[in-house]
Ligand binder design. Structure first.
Ligand SMILES: NC(=O)c1ccc[n+]([C@@H]2O[C@H](COP(=O)([O-])OP(=O)(O)OC[C@H]3O[C@@H](n4cnc5c(N)ncnc54)[C@H](O)[C@@H]3O)[C@@H](O)[C@H]2O)c1
Length: 256
């Protein structure tokens, strides 16, 4: 029970395949009490249904569309009212317009670039800032990134650029929040078949190549990402901040 007595907010769950849901289940199994986020009315119902599967009923289930700054700002008061303080924030959300994940990166339109960076990267900064006043001592912030931040994954395009900025944001936020005892880390997850991932052209090929080349000869399970997120939020990880931790069955170590 690594997370007994800890309250952790997770943004956002879309459905049972979401990495955020795998993280919620892993944290619930370690005794955490959760605040679960959903983007809109379309996904609210499935989060409500999934929440019934948890051992500990959620502290709250809250809307959070990060393209509306007022929704992010409202979270501070809502979280204070529902939970008092929280011991962790999980940022597991991203978006880029479909066209930008299909053509060559060279043709990325300005609007698509700005959208991808706002939703996938700036949202971490905005959420961390909004929730800092309700963080307990030694709170932990964890976000989700991908190897396409470092190496070219054809079609990942602007999302790779957004993830590179996200990983840099992790380091800058770790520096800013460290004096208050708050840790900030990213998990670089291997490819998992989710709604967001299927928006990347050729995603099924990525899964196949990953399983063939990774040292463990398979793709990663959501539960394995969930387990690492639970560890990072726990006191066992108290000395880790500003890091990108790979949970990718070892794919990133390969040169050939
Ligand atoms: N699936 C993979 O292969 C993989 C690998 C590495 C990292 N990731 C990252 O994991 C995170 C979760 O993605 P996932 O694969 O579980 O897919 P998912 O589609 O299940 O989750 C994406 C989430 O982003 C939310 N979202 C999109 N636009 C939003 C907005 N404007 N405001 C608030 N929320 C918004 C969606 O509602 C959804 O809950 C993302 O950051 C993704 O880039 C995924």
């Amino acid at each position: 029970m690594l997370l007994q007595e800890k309250r952790i907010a997770i943004f956002n769950i879309a459905n049972k395949r979401s990495i955020a849901w795998a993280i919620a289940k892993a944290m619930d199994a370690q005794g955490a009490r959760l605040i679960l986020g959903y983007q809109n009315e379309r996904t609210k119902g499935s989060v409500m249904d999934l929440a019934k599967e948890l051992t500990h009923s959620p502290v709250a289930i809250l809307p959070c569309d990060v393209s509306f700054p007022e929704q992010i700002d409202a979270l501070q008061d809502t979280v204070r009212k529902e939970a008092g303080t929280i011991h962790g924030l999980v940022h597991s959300l991203a978006f880029a317009p479909r066209e930008s994940l299909q053509n060559a990166y060279l043709f990325t339109e300005r609007e698509h670039f700005l959208t991808a960076l706002e939703i996938s990267t700036y949202s971490l900064v905005a959420l961390a800032r909004a929730l800092t006043p309700v963080f307990s001592d030694k709170a932990s912030v964890t976000t989700l990134t991908y190897y396409g931040a470092e190496k070219v994954m054809p079609s990942y395009n602007v999302m790779g650029v957004a993830k590179a900025a996200l990983e840099a944001s992790v380091r800058y936020l770790a520096h800013d929040l460290g004096p208050a005892g708050v840790r900030v880390n990213a998990i670089s997850a291997g490819p998992i078949n989710t709604v967001a991932a299927r928006g990347v052209s050729g995603f099924l090929d990525i899964l196949e190549v990953h399983a063939a080349k990774a040292p463990l000869k398979r793709t990663v399970e959501g539960s394995e990402v969930g387990g690492t997120a639970a560890f990072l939020a726990s006191d066992l990880a108290s000395g880790i901040t500003g890091e990108v931790i790979y949970v990718d069955t070892g794919y990133n170590i390969m040169g050939f």
